[in-house]
Structures are given as structure tokens and as C-alpha cells.
Write a protein that binds this ligand. Structure first.
Ligand code: NOJ
Length: 653
């Protein structure tokens, strides 16, 4: 079984693994029984020699007295075709080196380190085979370091806080990362390189957060379980990939799709999966017109649902989300979440009738499950709840995990712990079996598993527009493309037109609400305001939301800086049309956009941009609407007002 252990054995090794174009180099070394790696780009050091290892409960660290018993190297060249997303084609080209290690003393345990070096990333993972003396382990700690210069700039959100990932990004330095932060952790080295540390293919393990250790080196901090350990594991096991995305500029970083390449292709047929744009019985609750709970102002009534279905048909939108339809929302729904029943409607909502009406009108219902983190309650009902939707032709579900902790097996656990990760995975796998597509709010962060499970169409997992009304600054959406969105699409609940509402005032201009549909990708994209805002108040602006695709052939980020601005062009998956979007922070700015990415031919540009006097505080509705003919030799000069943006449809004619 462990035959390879006798092939050869070396106590020291220094090995360079070069990316296909030779510009990225990962150096692996084994010295005095320890293993280290470092990362270089263009021969400039990005990550200095960093420790690797694993600490298993009741055992010596899996880090010392190591020798190399076998090494394998190979090249891989592949173009992956994605069924939906920001880019139809993703390059998966890398050099791989695998180091099989064994302890040279008792207990003579063995493990493997697999490295993949891409032109724009380095990734590695630990693979632990069954050991001569045991086949189950409990992980006490993962000893992976990311040894960066302490003056490296970092854009962080804190970990282990009650609102999960829903915090404002802060610019700081590595020196200040004394408390754990979430990944993707985006960084800029003093020598000018950009990187983001993240993970790919997170299964059956605690999510990785990062903080400085006692030697002032960034180190993985795996989210613990309530028993204080990090993961209970049956061998063989492989950790998620530790992923270091690399770029020469902030804007180049946003094109990095290595996370998806590190996930496995699907093993089942997912040809039934379709991205979706939907409206919802939702924002009316946020502005206090309706309620989730039953009562005089209950939102999810049969009557309201039918009238929203009619509105969706008139608006040319394919889906309708209905929140607050089920029994259990009474009183303080966060406190009472354990009462949620997922197969029982409120008295004034007839799910079968609404579902039939939607079906007849060719509208997809997006069902809603707010678990409030009461996982024991949800998992008891899960199979039946999904069946209930499936038999009623409901193929999309938005799930929610509000609450600061999850209740699993009667204990309070982090959403991002091994048990949380396993719960989310259970929903994704079961949904795949039932041909259901998911949009998970308060999710586990994206690690690219939608490559394997394309029915996972979207997540929230950062502050979205529900935080408007005071807690969102214009810079927030300018951080997202460089941070949170490196982990996949996000349901930001865009398209709020009622900007000056006295209950929830929005800190954007009108044009920027359209821009979000281009700058923030989501496989399930919500047009979040109430239908009358689209039909009666701003039908022309709404036409952009109706037309903008939810699936793109390719994405070309054009310009931007972290937290300041972001300009991106995307080509529709199903037509020759292109869409352009841009957002800026509190600073107004002019940008010059060359249209040289267009194909040959003439395009009709429909432009929604901020007027010269627009401003997110006192002139939110200042908008310029223009149509003109353009081609690939043209360029556009665009103004983005403070807290503003633009959205442009380029239709091939
Ligand atoms: C928080 C989610 O982000 C939001 O979209 C949802 O409406 C509420 N939870 C209630 O489930």
C-alpha cells in the first residue's frame, strides 16, 4: 500500500516550479526535515520562504523530520468551457509538482504536497492518505504561512464577527492583521505587485481565515468548531487549495479565474441550469410598506404574488422571488427562526395557486427559505421542502442564514466552520438532484464549487443594498470587484430606483443602479425595486435592466483602482452585443473608454450616464440618456459623478 515510500528518499531538495510562461516561480525546499515554499513573479519575491504543515490532535506537528520519498512533475494545458458566468472560456494551464513526504522517525506518517503554478497564480494543497496506524484524524491547526513583507497593503474584512462577511472593506497593512480576516484577502506588495490569497474547492473543512502569528508572519487560521478543533476527517483527505492569485495591476487581478480551474468538472448533467433575472416581493418590506410576517401589511399574499407575476410579464422579467410566504415569521423572526416551516404557507398565501399562475404565465418562482441559521430545524425538513417546490414547478430557491451563528446538532457553530461548510454543501448537492438552482444569502464564501455544481447560481456574502440607508458608502461597490467578487458572483440586489425614500435613502445616482448590473456579476440577478418604480417612474432606464444579460461570453475589465473605481465591458453569451458599466467612489471622475474591444461593424450605443451636476447626495436623479452609432475605432468620454456610474448597451446592427 505504501510502496512508493521505498522508491527513494532525500533529506534535502530545492526545486523551482515555473509557470507555463516562465514569469511565475514557486520555490519548494526541504531542509532539516522542514518544508517551505516561496513565490516569485518576474524574479521579484512576492512570498518569502513560508512554512507548511498540519497539526493533528494528539500528535506531533506534521511538519518536522520530513524526507522526500517521491516527486512527480507534469504540465497541463486545457481550455475549460463554463455553462454560465463572466467568461465562457477559462484557461487551465499549469506546471504541477507533487512531493510525497514521510517522517524519517516514528510514527513515520506520510503526506503529499501538490503545487500548481499558473501564469497568474500559485496553488497548493495537502493530501493525507490513510496512515499505517490510523485512518481518522482531527485537525488542530493548519500551519500554512504566507510570509509577506509587513508593509504590504491589505484590503480586509474581519472574521468571526456576528455579521459574517458583511463589513466594509478597510485598507491597512499586513503589519496590522493581528486579528483574523476573511479571504479573498487582496494585497499590494511594496514592489508594486497585486495578489489575493484565497482558497478553492472548500469541502468538509473549516474555511480559511488569515492572521499574523507570533513571529509576525501571516498564517492560515482555520475556522474552528465549537469543540475548539478545526475539522474531523476520515482519510484519505485533501485540504482545499491554498490559492495565491497574482497580477501586475489591480484591474488585471479582477480577471483571475484560477479558482474555478482548481475545481473539478461536473459529474452529472446540468444542461437544465439557466441563469435568471427576477423581481421580488422584497424591497417593499425594507421600506416598511409590507411585512414578512402575516398581518395587515403582509407582503407574500396570493393577491400580491399574482399582481407581481403580471408585472414581471409586462416588464419582460423571467422570475419572481417571494419572501415571507411560509409559516414561522411571527414576532421577532430572528429570535423565532426555529419556528420556520418550509412546507406550510401562511393562511393568506396559496403556494399551489401562485405556482400554477406563474407557470401559466411562463414566470419562474424563486422560492425562499430563511433558516435564520437553525440548521437542525432546516435539515429535518430539507428533502421534503425541496420536493414541495419541485412538485410545484419551483426551480429556484433563495436561502438565507441570518443570525450570527448556526445551530447544528444543538450547538452554536460558525457559518464558516466545517459543519457550516458541510451544511451548505448538503443543500447544493440535494438541489442538484432535484434540479433546483440556488442563490444563497449569508453563504459560505465562494471557492469555485459552482464549476462542479453549476446549479449554485449565486451568493450574497458581502454587504448588499439592504445595507443602504446609512451603512454603505459609495466606495463599497468599488472595493467589491477587487475583493469579494474574486470569489464568484454576488446577488447585490441592484436596481433600486426609489433613491430618496425616507425610510431607506440610497447613496448612489440613478445611472449607477444600472451600472451594477454590469459591474457586479450574478447568475441570479435581482431587479430589486418594486414594479411601479420600473413601469411608471423610470421605464426608459428599466429597459437597460430588462436587456442586460445574466450570462456573458467574455469580460474585459478596462480600468480601475481598488476602492476608487471600476470600468468593465462584457460581451453577451447569446448575441453580438456588448455591455459597459462603471462605478466610482465619492470622487467624480471622467474616463475615456476606447471601444477597440468591439468586433468589426456598427453598434448602436444606448448610454445612461450621470449628468454633470449629478451627485449621490443631492442630485441622484441627474441622468443623461443618449443614443449614438459607434464602432471599434471610436471612443467614449464619460463622466461619473460622486457616488455615480454609467451603463451602456452596445447593440450590433
Ligand atoms: C437577509 C438577506 O440578505 C435578505 O435578502 C433577506 O431578505 C433577509 N435576510 C430575510 O430572509
Amino acid at each position: 500500500m505504501f510502496k512508493w515510500a521505498s522508491w527513494f528518499s532525500r533529506d534535502e531538495i530545492e526545486k523551482d516550479i515555473f509557470s507555463p510562461n516562465g514569469r511565475v516561480r514557486c520555490h519548494f525546499s526541504l531542509k532539516n526535515g522542514h518544508v517551505f515554499y516561496s513565490v516569485f513573479k518576474n524574479d521579484k519575491v512576492i512570498i518569502k520562504p513560508s512554512n507548511l504543515g498540519i497539526l493533528i490532535c494528539g500528535e506531533e506537528p506534521f511538519q518536522n523530520n520530513l524526507k522526500l520519498v517521491r516527486e512527480q512533475s507534469r504540465r497541463h494545458v486545457e481550455t475549460i468551457e463554463m455553462p454560465w458566468g463572466e467568461d465562457r472560456y477559462i484557461e487551465n494551464n499549469y506546471s504541477e509538482s507533487t512531493f510525497y513526504l514521510a517522517e524519517n522517525k516514528e510514527p513515520r506518517r506520510i503526506f503529499t504536497l501538490r503545487f500548481r503554478v499558473f501564469d497568474h497564480a500559485v496553488a497548493f494543497r495537502y493530501e493525507i492518505p490513510p496512515q499505517p496506524k490510523f485512518s481518522q484524524i482531527t485537525i488542530k491547526d493548519e500551519l500554512t504561512e504566507f510570509n509577506l513583507d509587513l508593509n504590504t497593503t491589505a484590503w480586509k474584512i474581519p472574521a468571526y464577527e456576528p455579521d459574517r462577511y458583511e463589513y466594509n472593506y478597510e485598507k491597512t497593512t499586513v503589519f496590522n492583521l493581528k486579528k483574523s480576516v476573511h479571504t479573498p484577502l487582496t494585497l499590494k506588495t511594496p514592489n508594486g505587485y497585486y495578489l489575493s490569497i484565497h482558497e478553492a474547492a472548500l469541502y468538509n473543512y473549516g474555511s480559511m481565515t488569515i492572521k499574523l502569528n507570533e513571529r509576525n508572519i501571516l498564517k492560515s487560521d482555520i475556522t474552528p468548531l465549537s469543540d475548539g478543533t478545526k475539522a474531523h476527517i476520515v482519510l484519505p483527505f485533501q485540504t482545499p487549495w491554498r490559492l495565491i492569485m497574482l497580477a501586475d495591476s489591480a484591474i488585471e487581478l479582477t480577471t483571475n479565474r484560477t479558482m474555478f480551474a482548481l475545481n473539478d468538472p461536473p459529474t452529472e448533467d446540468f444542461s437544465w441550469v439557466k441563469t435568471l433575472k427576477f423581481i421580488g416581493i422584497w424591497w417593499a418590506m425594507y421600506v416598511g410598506e409590507w411585512t414578512w410576517a402575516p398581518g395587515e401589511r403582509h407582503g407574500a399574499t396570493t393577491e400580491h404574488a399574482k399582481s407581481y407575476i403580471d408585472a414581471a410579464v409586462r416588464l419582460g422579467i423571467s422570475g419572481l422571488l417571494i419572501e415571507g410566504w411560509n409559516d414561522g415569521w411571527e414576532g421577532d423572526w430572528l429570535e423565532n427562526g426555529i419556528n420556520n416551516k418550509f412546507t406550510v404557507s401562511t393562511a393568506d398565501f396559496n403556494l399551489e395557486e401562485v405556482a400554477n399562475y406563474a407557470y401559466k404565465n411562463n414566470i419562474e418562482i424563486v422560492g425562499h427559505h430563511e433558516t435564520v441559521g437553525f440548521i437542525d430545524n432546516y435539515e429535518k425538513q430539507l428533502e421534503e421542502a425541496y420536493n414541495y417546490y419541485a412538485v410545484n414547478n419551483i426551480h429556484y430557491i433563495k436561502t438565507g442564514y441570518a443570525g450570527s451563528m448556526m445551530l447544528i446538532n444543538g450547538r452554536r457553530e460558525f457559518h464558516h466552520s466545517q459543519l457550516g461548510v458541510n451544511h451548505y454543501q448538503k443543500t447544493v448537492s440535494l438541489a442538484a438532484k432535484k434540479k433546483i438552482m440556488l442563490d444563497i444569502h449569508e453563504p459560505i464564501k465562494g471557492t469555485g464549487i459552482e464549476r462542479t455544481y453549476p446549479n449554485l447560481l449565486s451568493r450574497e456574502g458581502a454587504r448588499g443594498q439592504e445595507y443602504e440607508g446609512g451603512a454603505l458608502s459609495p466606495s463599497h461597490a468599488c472595493y467589491l470587484p477587487y475583493t469579494r467578487l474574486l470569489s464568484g458572483g454576488m446577488d447585490y440586489t441592484s436596481g433600486i430606483f426609489d433613491l430618496a425614500n425616507s425610510v431607506k435613502r440610497i447613496s448612489t445616482t440613478l445611472a449607477r443602479q444600472l451600472a451594477y448590473f454590469v459591474t457586479i456579476y450574478s447568475g441570479m440577478q435581482m431587479a430589486a425595486d418594486r414594479p411601479f418604480m420600473y413601469e411608471e417612474k423610470f421605464p426608459e432606464e428599466f429597459s437597460f435592466i430588462r436587456d442586460v444579460p445574466t450570462n456573458f461570453e467574455k469580460t474585459l475589465p478596462l480600468a480601475g483602482e481598488i476602492g476608487e473605481y471600476y470600468i468593465v465591458a462584457r460581451k453577451d453569451y447569446d448575441s453580438e452585443d456588448w455591455y459597459l458599466g462603471g462605478v466610482t467612489d465619492e470622487t467624480g471622475r471622467r474616463v475615456h473608454v476606447n471601444l477597440d474591444f468591439l468586433d468589426n461593424g456598427v453598434y448602436e450605443a444606448t448610454i445612461f450616464a450621470d449628468s454633470d451636476d449629478a451627485h449621490y447626495r443631492d442630485n441622484q436623479f441627474g441622468i443623461l440618456k443618449q443614443k449614438k452609432r459607434v464602432g471599434k475605432n471610436d471612443s467614449l468620454d464619460l463622466y461619473l459623478a460622486p457616488g455615480g456610474g454609467f451603463a451602456i448597451k452596445l447593440k450590433k446592427i
